[in-house]
Design a protein around this ligand. Structure first.
Ligand SMILES: C[S@@+](CC[C@H](N)C(=O)[O-])C[C@H]1O[C@@H](n2cnc3c(N)ncnc32)[C@H](O)[C@@H]1O
Length: 226
């Protein structure tokens, strides 16, 4: 993995594998079910401003656009190659999405710019300190009362899921995936100043438990300190 040089981990660990990402995820993760459920949980309204952090090949953003043509859908990813795939998919489907190359721990948008921040299968690529910096950025760009919705590897909910999660840990590094697999993402959301945090669903997949989480930015600064 070229993380130190590039600032991101490619979708499947190595650039050469990126073109295989869509078919692999579709076959192994119940992708359409969990991404549709994530959007249901997000309760996106017609004119919402949405940022997908680590948008990859753009599947979630394109599903978002299907729900409303008037919402603002922006995807951010560190990898130009994967954004190229997202751009081609959007072009083929004549969908309007905005894609920008940037790092999740340095989000190039103003404070309060978004109603919803989504992130799917991205946080487990980050070190603990990168997760912390990323969540601080997410809180900054959310409007008060805005919500973060995450789909990512979660704490295995049975022995089979624990065994299957081993391949993710091996491939994506034991250190980077530890907070996910040990169920510590909600605590990291809380430490970033988010509230009303919950795990809203769990999906059994060929790579272990995939969890959905929601968390809200407090309406007032005082609420975040209480
Ligand atoms: C496993 S893919 C998930 C893609 C997509 N969200 C999905 O659910 O299919 C993880 C994505 O996160 C991106 N990524 C990893 N580290 C990143 C960083 N530091 N900043 C921005 N994007 C990053 C990768 O380039 C990759 O496209």
């Amino acid at each position: 993995m070229a993380h130190k040089k590039t600032g991101y981990v490619p979708a499947l660990g190595w650039n050469i594998l990126t073109p295989l990402y869509d078919p692999l995820v579709r076959l192994t993760t119940r992708e359409m079910s969990f991404k549709s459920r994530l959007l249901d949980e997000a309760g996106i309204d017609e004119t919402a401003r949405i940022l997908d952090v680590g948008c990859g090949t753009g599947t979630l953003l394109l599903l978002t656009r299907r729900r409303s043509k008037s919402l603002l859908a922006i995807g951010l990813d560190g990898d130009m190659n994967v954004l190229g795939i997202a751009r081609s998919k959007a072009h083929r489907r004549a969908e309007k999405i905005t894609l920008i190359q940037a790092f999740c721990f340095n989000i190039p948008f103003a404070d309060g710019a978004f109603d919803r921040v989504l992130s799917s299968l991205m946080l487990h690529h980050l070190t603990r300190s990168e997760k912390v910096r990323t969540l601080q950025e997410v809180v900054r760009v959310l409007r008060p009362g805005g919500e973060l919705h995450v789909a990512d590897w979660g704490q295995p909910h049975n022995l089979l899921m624990r065994v299957l999660a081993f391949s993710v840990r091996l491939g994506d590094s034991f250190a980077r995936t530890a907070d996910n697999i040990e169920g510590r993402l909600p605590a990291l959301f809380r430490d970033a100043g988010l509230e009303n945090i919950s795990e809203t669903a769990r999906f059994a997949t060929l790579f272990g438990t995939l969890s959905l989480y929601r968390a809200r930015k407090p309406l007032t600064a005082a609420a975040s300190l209480s």
